[in-house]
Write a protein that binds this ligand. Structure first.
Ligand code: SAH
Ligand code: SF4
Ligand code: F3S
Length: 473
């Protein structure tokens, strides 16, 4: 008699959308890791496949439908395989995802992950599929430390949900109400990341970090101050603030504290006050420009990046021209640029016809991208000859004899590794700061020469001059 094959517990997770989804996938990996699952990088080897999805634009939905279709053959080969859809699209579509002829056993929104391992076990023991898409007003996964470290960098979610209800945006419906995470658990998580995972830089995440608030009055700047005082983290970044309530004391803290990076992702969305008003964005073109001026006065070297939508309902060519004007005036270092995509549940869908033609949207997007590309490249050129403190992250994509990192302002820099340096040397230098003089640039990257005498490795030593000699032990 054949013995039943031994049950294996292998998990494959694929993440779409924003950094908050990356973080949540880390929570999911941790929950399954605690139950004896191992993570695999090839879906063909998995017993459980989870897609953590995004709903922000229709394209994000389409990618997931395509991906699920491509998983059909795995499900046919292995009927015991569990396929789950998590995240914002799961929250958005709920039950509907089961009835589409796609291989979906499980649909779970972003506030329901604590139940996930149990539900998967249920399906694996024959209980049938499930859907859970309840939004919570309190879930922050406070004590769960996610598996979400990349080299010496990590994300840390400090708040969940969003109450802004920008009229184009589905996020308040997929992520629910705004709630801030307890600062003690945030500080603890960062301390553990430093001690156990050699993390040197954290990015604090929230849909709207400057509305972080605890009952005792602690605000976002207060939280950052606590992290600076209570941990040895080398760098703190954050994303995203909302332009409508950007406090001056937060800018002053950034300006005065070298470990709090001078990089602000400040989503503009549109350059016309009328369009901004219809987007329910609560600020005008003038107030945005004034905020940018204030930021640049306090931090002349700030890195400023943004998000922009073209073709919002009713956007005229003149209003689009105002966006181009503002982009010129603000001199962003980089921008994420999108065509408006009408979303379920949103105010814009209820109130306004999606009346800018696809051709016009594409044409405007093309013109905007081309302007921003030119402006971004000009800004990069101005960096040549300057010196920056760069946190060593890893090897460059092209060659392992070049290393890469980021400036305080968030720009990617590729620089020569120390002569003869090995990957072991890189491990010792990962997460340390080095002075790099910028010598040239491409559109997206700066290139420079590192002054290795300005850096010391985590182990305290310097890189060996001659790597062919055995390292001293
Ligand atoms: N909370 C963040 C944004 C999260 S969504 C913030 O306010 O900055 C990321 C970006 O996607 C938004 O800034 C917006 O530019 C874009 N976006 C959101 N909804 C969209 C839609 N319906 N169509 C096109 N782009 C959209
Ligand atoms: Fe969406 Fe606006 Fe909230 Fe950002 S602030 S997540 S754009 S509703
Ligand atoms: Fe997408 Fe949800 Fe993030 S809709 S952008 S994954 S919050």
């Amino acid at each position: 008699m054949n013995e039943a094959p031994e049950k294996t517990n292998r998990l494959f997770v694929e993440t779409y959308g924003c950094q908050m989804n990356e973080y949540d996938s880390g929570i999911v990996r941790r929950l399954f890791g605690d139950r004896g699952y191992s993570v695999v990088v090839d879906e063909k080897e998995a017993d459980v496949i989870l897609l953590n999805t995004c709903a922000v634009r229709e394209k994000a939905h389409e990618r997931v439908y395509g991906r699920l279709q491509s998983l059909n053959h795995l499900k046919r080969k292995n009927p015991g395989l569990v396929i789950g859809v998590l995240g914002c699209m799961a929250q958005n579509l709920g039950e509907d995802l089961h009835g589409m002829g796609l291989p979906v056993d499980l649909v779970l929104g972003p506030d329901n992950y604590r139940d996930l391992p149990e539900l998967v076990e249920g399906i694996r023991t024959g209980n049938g599929g499930a859907t859970l898409a309840r939004l919570s007003s309190s879930e922050t996964y406070e004590e769960i430390e996610p598996e979400v470290v990349s080299g010496c960098l990590a994300f840390v979610t400090i708040m969940r949900g969003c109450d802004n209800f920008c009229s184009f945006c589905v996020v308040p419906f997929t992520r629910g109400r705004e709630r801030s995470r307890n600062p003690d658990s945030i500080v603890q998580e960062i301390q553990n990341l430093i001690q156990n995972r050699n993390v040197a830089e954290v990015t604090l995440l929230g849909q709207n970090v400057n509305s972080y608030k605890m009952d005792d009055g602690l605000d976002f700047a207060g939280l950052v101050r606590r992290i600076l005082n209570e941990t040895d983290i080398k760098r703190i970044r954050f994303t995203s603030p909302h332009p409508h309530d950007f406090p001056l004391h937060l800018l002053e803290l950034m300006a005065s504290e070298p470990r709090f990076c001078n990089h602000i992702h400040l989503p503009l969305q549109a350059g016309s006050s009328e369009v901004l008003n219809r987007m329910n964005r609560d600020y005008s073109k003038e107030t945005f420009l004034n905020l940018v001026k204030q930021i640049r006065t306090l931090m002349p070297d700030v890195g400023l990046t943004t998000d922009i939508i073209v073709g919002f309902p009713g956007e005229t060519e003149e209003q689009f021209q105002e966006t181009l004007e503002l982009v010129r005036a603000c001199e962003f270092d980089m921008a994420y640029m999108f065509k408006y995509s009408e979303r379920e549940h949103t105010l814009a869908r209820k109130k306004y016809a999606d009346d800018v033609s696809e051709d016009d949207k594409l044409d405007r997007l093309g013109r905007l991208i081309s302007l921003q590309t030119t402006l971004g490249a000009e800004k990069n050129k101005r960096e040549v000859g300057r010196s920056h403190k760069v946190l060593v992250e890893g090897t460059s994509k092209r060659s392992s004899s070049d290393w890469m990192g980021r400036t305080d302002s968030g720009k990617v820099v590729v620089f020569s590794a120390p002569e003869g340096a090995s990957l072991t040397d890189l491990d010792a230098y990962r997460g340390t700061l080095v002075d790099v003089e910028i010598e040239s640039c491409t559109q997206a990257t700066l290139k420079g020469k590192a002054d290795w005498s300005s850096a010391s490795s985590r182990t305290g030593g310097k890189v060996r001059d001659n790597a062919s000699e055995p390292a001293a032990v």
